[in-house]
Structures are given as C-alpha cells and as structure tokens.
Design a protein around this ligand. Structure first.
Ligand SMILES: NC(=O)c1ccc[n+]([C@@H]2O[C@H](COP(=O)([O-])OP(=O)(O)OC[C@H]3O[C@@H](n4cnc5c(N)ncnc54)[C@H](O)[C@@H]3O)[C@@H](O)[C@H]2O)c1
Ligand SMILES: O=C(O)C(=O)C[C@@H](O)[C@H](O)[C@H](O)COP(=O)(O)O
Ligand SMILES: [Zn+2]
Length: 365
C-alpha cells in the first residue's frame, strides 16, 4: 500500500457538539494535530507505555515544533495500566506541571492506554480534551473510538469509567508495522464481532483473504479497519451512553470479560472475546434464535485466525459469579447480546441460569 494514500475520515456524531469528532485512517496524520488542537491548548500530556516510547517521543517532537509544551507519562504495559494508581500517577504529572482546563491529553498505544488516558482526561479538572493515537488494530477499530473510558477494580474489568468522546482519533497505519502478529490477530476478534453484529462483508473478507489478513499493511486490513470503525461510529453516534443499541457492541463480552478476570488479565482481550462470541453464538442457538450454520461459522472464523474457541470447564462457578457484575446485568437478571441472524443482534434476558451452564458445556474442554 502506498504510504501517501489519502486518509479516510469517518465522522462520529452525537447529541452535543462535544460528541462530534473525526476518526482519521491513513499515514502521516501527525501534522494534523495542531489544527485539531487549536490555539488555546498550551500544554499536552502524552500518555504511553514503555513499548511505545519512541512513538511517544515522535509525537512530542512534532508538538514541540508546533509550539506546544509537551510532557510524557510512561505507564505500565497492557492491562497493568488500567489501575487507579496509574490514573493517580497521571493526575500527579498533570498537577505538578500546572495543566489547566484548556490543556490536553494524547494517548499513544493500544486499547489499555486509550481507556486509561481517556479516564484521566475526563476526570482532570472534570474534563480536558483528549486525542487518541491508537497503535494496535484493536485500538483503531474499537477502543479509541466511541468514548468509553475505563479502569479495572479487583472485582472485575472496566467497572469504573466514564463516557467521554475524544477530540479526534488518528489511526496511523504505519504504527501497526511493529505490532506482534498475536496482537494483530487478537484485535481481529473485535473486527469479527463487527462482522457478526452488523457487516457480513467483513466476514467474507477475512474468509477469502487468509494471508492478507495477517499483513497489517495490506489493503484488506485497511478495509477491515475502516468497515469496523464505520460500524462502531454508526452505533455510538446514536447511543453514546449505552441506553440501548450500544449494548450490541458488547457481543461476546459477557463471558469474555469474565475469562479475562479469571485469567488475571494474562489473556488478551480479543482472545477472551473470541471464546465469548462462540459462547454467545451457542446461546443464541440454545435460545432458539440462531441457526447451527452461523454457530459453526463463528467457531471456524475464529479458529482460522488462531483465536481460542474453548475454555476450562472447571472455571464455570467463578465465571458465573463475575458475569453477575457485568454492566448489562439488572439486579439478578443476567442479560446477553445474542444473534437472530448475522447483522441482527438482540438482547436475551436469561430466564433460567441452567441454559447458561448447558451452553458452557458446548464450549468447555
Ligand atoms: N473503550 C472501548 O470501547 C474498548 C473497546 C475494546 C477494547 N477496550 C480495551 O482495550 C484493551 C485491549 O486493547 P489492546 O488489545 O490494544 O491491548 P493493549 O493496549 O494491552 O496492547 C497490547 C500490547 O501491544 C503492545 N503494543 C501496542 N502498540 C504496539 C505497536 N504498534 N507495536 C508493538 N507493540 C505494541 C502494547 O505495549 C501491549 O503489550 C482492553 O483493556 C479492553 O478492555 C476498550
Ligand atoms: O464500545 C462499546 O460499547 C463496547 O462494548 C466495545 C467493547 O469492545 C469494549 O471491550 C468495551 O470496553 C466493553 O465495555 P464494557 O461496558 O462492557 O466495559
Ligand atoms: Zn471489546
């Protein structure tokens, strides 16, 4: 793919002016930062993990040459970064450097970084601007878009957070060059999710391009990124605060988050979501909505990318306990996103927990 191909702009809208922003996908997007930030911003905190130190420095150099005062906060890697203490460290850096309400935060990293940085920006002085520069596939197609921010607590994943739309999202495709293959493939789980809940062309593209789908710089991966962002942008533009349709983006996540918690976050989010999607497809079948062919397709497409499709049988009691704290739960009522058919998700209110256990037998080893 040419490094100079024109960027694609996908607009996210909302009820308030602050809920409108662009997601840019392409190469050499950093020069656009000053026009996005505007002239009132003076100081910028760049939040990144150690693995993205050199990319963070590049961003800071660009900002300095554009006249901004820039600072960095290097945070622990991956899920270790989504902790209250890490947010506290970032608030300290903002405080010690006299950041005011007109200053800004930029995240450089995967979904763990944009979740944490978004949370920090939304709470510092009750909200300063944030721009996300996602450097993983998963960050580009999902985490950096849509305004959900989060940290974990001992009891579960993403239990504390805010809805806080960014000022912009810059998906620099070149940053994916250094992404390990496992990160690219686990990110594909969220792409597959978009395929099942909204855009079946995504599934065709993955099935028909087994090699290109593993090449982060291929046209196929770019198309998958853009299609997935469009799915997410469309949903969150209508329902930022998850009062309805946004719950569909949680397909595969009820069990997925419980697996991440059971594994003490040693599994990647996308890997856990892959198992969660197979479970959700089986539950859709057990509930009488979905056909067996689509369940098989779910298993096959995940397996074709090396994503897990089964989980430990002995963990059921722990998983069920954690799922009771899922954000879709209402009182004692567990609620799952299921499919009627591809592109037609719906909510299933679990009438009797025995159906969950029976479904788990279909995916446990
Ligand atoms: N807010 C949302 O809407 C939303 C949506 C989906 C997922 N999430 C969250 O996102 C997180 C998962 O995101 P993720 O899969 O990006 O994981 P991650 O942020 O943990 O990054 C995965 C790994 O890739 C490394 N990395 C990142 N970019 C790299 C690059 N360009 N080159 C080399 N290494 C690189 C990171 O250092 C890390 O070790 C989870 O915490 C999940 O809950 C949030
Ligand atoms: O954006 C959303 O809404 C999603 O559900 C997207 C998910 O892929 C993502 O993992 C999200 O962080 C899960 O949110 P949560 O509310 O279940 O914590
Ligand atoms: Zn997710």
């Amino acid at each position: 793919m040419s490094e100079n191909s024109a960027p694609t702009t996908i607009h996210v809208s909302g009820k308030q002016p602050s809920e409108h922003y662009d997601v840019l996908v392409g190469d050499n997007l950093l020069p656009q930062l000053p026009s996005i930030l505007g002239h009132r911003v003076k100081k910028i905190l760049v939040i990144h993990p150690r693995a993205l130190r050199s990319t963070g420095e590049l961003v800071m150099e660009d900002l300095r040459s554009a006249g901004y005062e820039s600072f960095s906060a290097e945070i622990p890697d991956a899920e270790e970064g989504k902790h209250l203490q890490v947010a506290g460290f970032c608030w300290q850096v903002l405080g010690q450097n006299d950041f005011t309400r007109t200053d800004a935060v930029i995240s450089v990293g995967g979904g763990a970084v944009s979740d944490l940085a978004g949370f920090v920006a939304s709470t510092w002085m009750r909200g300063v601007k944030v721009i996300h520069i996602p450097t993983t596939l998963l960050g580009m197609v999902d985490a950096a878009v849509g305004g959900k921010t989060a940290i974990n607590t001992a009891e579960g994943k993403n239990l504390v957070g805010t809805f806080y739309p960014p000022l912009a999202v810059l998906c620099e495709l070149g940053t994916l060059r250094t992404l390990p293959e496992n990160e690219l493939l686990t990110g594909m789980a969220e792409v597959i999710k978009c395929g099942f809940i909204a855009d079946s062309k995504i599934l065709d593209l993955i099935e028909n391009n087994p090699e290109k789908v593993r090449d982060s710089q291929s046209e196929v991966v770019r198309e998958l990124i853009e299609r997935s962002i469009r799915v997410k942008a469309e949903v969150v533009s209508e329902d930022l605060k998850e009062t309805g349709r946004r719950e569909f983006l949680n397909y595969g996540h009820t069990l997925g988050h419980a697996i991440e918690h059971a594994e003490r976050y040693q599994w990647r989010h996308g890997a856990a979501v892959a198992v969660g999607m197979v479970f959700a497809a089986e539950l859709s079948l057990a509930a009488g909505y979905l056909n067996e062919k689509t369940v098989d397709r779910t298993r096959e497409i995940c397996a074709s990318l090396g994503l897990p499709t089964t989980y430990r049988a002995d963990k059921w009691a722990q998983l069920l306990e954690t799922m009771r704290r899922d954000k879709k739960t209402r009182g004692n009522l567990l609620r799952f996103v299921v499919l009627e058919e591809i592109g037609k998700p719906r909510i299933y209110e679990v009438p009797d927990e025995s159906i969950l256990f029976a479904t788990f037998q279909e995916i446990s080893e």
